[in-house]
Write a protein that binds this ligand. Structure first.
Ligand code: BG6
Length: 466
């Protein structure tokens, strides 16, 4: 059973939707800098939510939703390394929050969804421990200014995804391919998250604080000892360093032991580890797109090939972590999107149960959705594939709730079409179409109406065992 106060909403992220990248004294983020330098498709305008937020939030209300997950942009709020506040940025988010409350939409707010101010990136970004203290300052500014309007806070969105993409795989800024740097950045982010949790608890403001994780539950190709060892390595790489650290205050010891054989971990100081141990989260947000299916490592160097190009790249993804595991990208019994994402709702059901058993915390699905190419010039996008995707995953979540998992909310990714990082605007996830070529016109897709009917009870989810 879902709780009575269950949150049903849609999600977005500041850089992916706001646009207005240099308006009202917003400073450059690391993504602005990188995408401008490389002359890549960017979020300068994106969905122009900066000017359309009222229309977007009103549509959520009209779509039966009662919550909106979005992020605050650090570069809009803090002007410089000295930590000076940009009052215009504060004023903008007050308007957004007032609008949420006007329409009865609960704001569910992430402090960091990847848009680090470039002035901090220039000092080394997440490799520089000072950035952790700067994050704490930024978090306090947000708590102090917005505590009367926000009671659901999230420190970080997806440490695994942005740290591994930025420091190990190299397809996100700052584009390193360096394991030592990955370990340092990962540690600093988890430490900064604990500082953010501590600052919230010390403030005494009402509400709860959590972290959002890019959750890929790990399955093995068989039940042999070799596969189970590979699964443990994969689980440490994909999930445990975020979830164990944030929820239990412990970095998995077998992971540290393994890393310490080849890398320096002496920068992890006892007093910081104590802060991590003592400042665990109140809830977990899980973003679920797919599982990770693994087999034991056989041969070859560590390899990460990410398909950021849709059709042209279909089937090109590859993950091998030398001596640890290999990811199986093509299960003949499964279906995959153009970007090689396996559609696997059972992973959500089983994964939720595992997370519940391990941590016992309340859980929100903070993102779930399917990215597709869509022609948005039509009167209405007939996205039956999205409806079927959402129905299957909501069913999976309900099965988990029936089995005792404390499910608190579900957010569709995304509330409306956005700029999808390296995939650009062509990869669409929205319940509402945005025609980026024609005045950013908004038009609800078929899934928007379906979601409304599901929330209001006009449509019942077809329940099935997975
Ligand atoms: C999550 C992020 O990784 O997945 C979002 O929190 C992102 O910011 C979403 O957009 C979908 O991923 P992608 O790469 O298809 O945009």
């Amino acid at each position: 059973m879902l709780t009575e106060k269950f949150l049903w909403g849609g999600a977005s992220a500041s850089y992916q939707c706001e646009g207005a990248w240099d308006l009202d004294d917003r400073v450059e983020s690391m993504w602005d800098h990188y995408l401008h330098e490389e002359q890549l498709e960017n979020g300068d305008v994106a969905s122009d939510h900066y000017h359309h937020f009222e229309e977007d939030i009103k549509m959520m209300k009209e779509g039966g939703q009662n919550a909106y997950r979005f992020s605050l942009a650090w570069p809009r709020i803090i002007k410089n390394k000295a930590g000076e506040i940009n009052e215009k940025g504060i004023a903008f988010y007050h308007k957004v929050l007032d609008c949420c409350h006007k329409y009865g939409i609960e704001p569910f707010v992430t402090l960091y969804h990847w848009d680090l101010p470039q002035y901090w990136e220039e000092t080394g970004g997440w490799l520089n421990q000072e950035v952790c203290d700067a994050f704490e300052h930024y978090a306090k500014v947000c708590y102090d200014h917005f505590h009367e309007k926000i009671t659901h806070w999230v420190t970080f969105n997806e440490p695994k995804w942005f740290v591994c993409s930025g420091y190990l795989i190299g397809n996100y800024p700052p584009c390193f391919r360096d394991t030592q740097k990955t370990i340092i950045a990962a540690y600093h982010v988890m430490y900064a998250s604990a500082l953010g949790v501590r600052a919230f608890k010390e403030s005494g403001y009402p509400g709860t604080v959590g972290i959002v994780h890019s959750f890929t539950p790990v399955n093995g190709v068989d039940d042999t000892i070799e596969t189970r060892i590979a699964m443990r390595y994969a689980d440490n790489y994909c999930n445990n360093w975020i979830l164990d650290t944030a929820a239990k205050g412990e970095i998995p010891i077998d992971l540290l032991s393994e890393l310490s054989k080849n890398y320096d971990i002496s920068f992890m100081k006892p007093e910081q580890l104590a802060i991590i141990r003592e400042n665990t989260v109140d809830f977990l947000g899980l973003n679920y797109y797919s599982r990770t299916l693994v087999k034991p490592y056989t041969e070859g160097e560590t390899t990460f090939v990410v398909n950021n190009s849709g059709k042209e790249g279909k089937g090109s993804s590859k993950v091998i972590v030398k001596h640890w595991f290999e990811q199986v990208m093509h299960d003949p019994n499964s279906t995959y999107t153009e970007w090689d994402t396996e559609i696997y709702p059972k992973g959500l059901q089983e994964g939720l149960k595992e997370v519940h058993e391990k941590y016992g915390l309340p859980i929100y699905i903070t993102e779930n959705g399917i990215g597709m190419y869509e022609d948005v010039t039509v009167e209405q996008v007939q996205d039956d594939y999205r409806i079927s995707f959402m129905e299957d995953h909501i069913n999976a979540m309900m099965n988990a709730a029936d089995a005792g998992v404390k499910m608190m909310g579900y957010f569709a990714w995304s509330a409306f079409d956005l700029y999808s990082w390296k995939n650009g605007c062509e990869k669409r996830y929205g319940l509402v179409a945005i025609d980026f070529e024609h005045d950013l016109i908004r038009k609800p897709k078929k899934s928007y109406g379906w979601y409304k009917d599901m929330i209001t009870g006009n449509i019942k989810i077809q329940r099935k065992d997975l």
